[in-house]
Ligand binder design. Structure first.
Ligand code: ADP
Ligand code: ADP
Ligand code: ZN
Length: 214
């Protein structure tokens, strides 16, 4: 199983990818999580990426492609994967296709999360993340049992700097300009499968299972 979860920031890709990857026994590869982990570890990659992430811009293609090349070469990725937050540009999509081709693989499907802008804004501004294990919560739709404390690991929840209202607007514009062209790209290749992203977390999960046949 080799899937891409595609959709605007806040569409619910990470929430679904995390659970479904566990259920299916494949790896969840989220470039945003990798960059935030690199930053938390204080690596050069993390510090470079932060300059772009804080203002809601995309990290340069070469940096992200190198990161994914290394990650996909690790043995666990051979069992299958869900990539989430990548590709975000046509150049990244072409690089992904050629990386997979080099090892005799190809994508099975690209799941596109369809969702309205008002719902995206509600999701992004209410999102909270665990500092320790990166589990995602929402103040209203997916609250932790105890305020500001992760149910899974007891870690502290925080709001991403780029989920502030000013940066969110810019990220949605970046999505429209640089990432939305991937819809036609994958549709032309017969890979794009739209899923209604607006239902409950469980309803969206069922819809994805149904289109993947799992
Ligand atoms: P969201 O889930 O809200 O869409 P992510 O966690 O995927 O956000 O990404 C956060 C930020 O990390 C992006 O705004 C961008 O700066 C950077 N980033 C993540 N993935 C990529 C990518 N594939 N290409 C370029 N930048 C990326
Ligand atoms: P993405 O990875 O696409 O940026 P997330 O999975 O981080 O999106 O979800 C964005 C926010 O919306 C999070 O706070 C999450 O808890 C919440 N969320 C995710 N899916 C749903 C859903 N189906 N209904 C309501 N809230 C959701
Ligand atoms: Zn946690």
């Amino acid at each position: 199983m080799r899937l891409v979860f595609l959709g605007p920031p806040g569409a619910g890709k990470g929430t679904q990818a995390r659970e479904l990857a566990r259920e299916w026994g494949v790896v969840h590869l989220a470039t945003g999580d990798m960059l935030r982990e690199a930053l938390a570890a204080g690596t050069g990659l993390g510090l470079e990426a932060k300059r772009y992430m804080d203002r809601g811009a995309l990290v340069p293609d070469e940096v992200i492609i190198d990161l994914m090349r290394e990650r996909l070469a690790r043995p666990d990725a051979a069992r299958g994967f869900i990539v989430d937050g990548f590709p975000r540009t046509i150049a990244q999509a072409e690089a992904l296709a050629s990386l997979l081709k080099d090892s005799g693989q190809a994508l099975d499907r690209v799941i596109y999360f369809e969702i309205s802008e008002p719902e995206l804004l509600r999701r992004l501004t209410g999102r909270r993340i665990c500092r320790r294990c990166q589990t995602v919560y929402h103040l209203i739709s997916a609250p932790p049992r105890r305020p500001d404390v992760c149910d899974k690991c007891g870690g502290e929840l925080y709001q991403r700097e780029d989920d502030s209202e000013a940066t969110v607007q810019h990220r949605l514009e970046v999505y429209a300009q640089q990432t939305a062209p991937l819809l036609a790209y994958y549709s032309e290749r017969g890979l794009l499968v739209p899923v209604a992203g607006e239902g409950s977390i469980e309803a969206v999960r069922r819809a994805i299972r149904a289109v993947v046949g799992a």
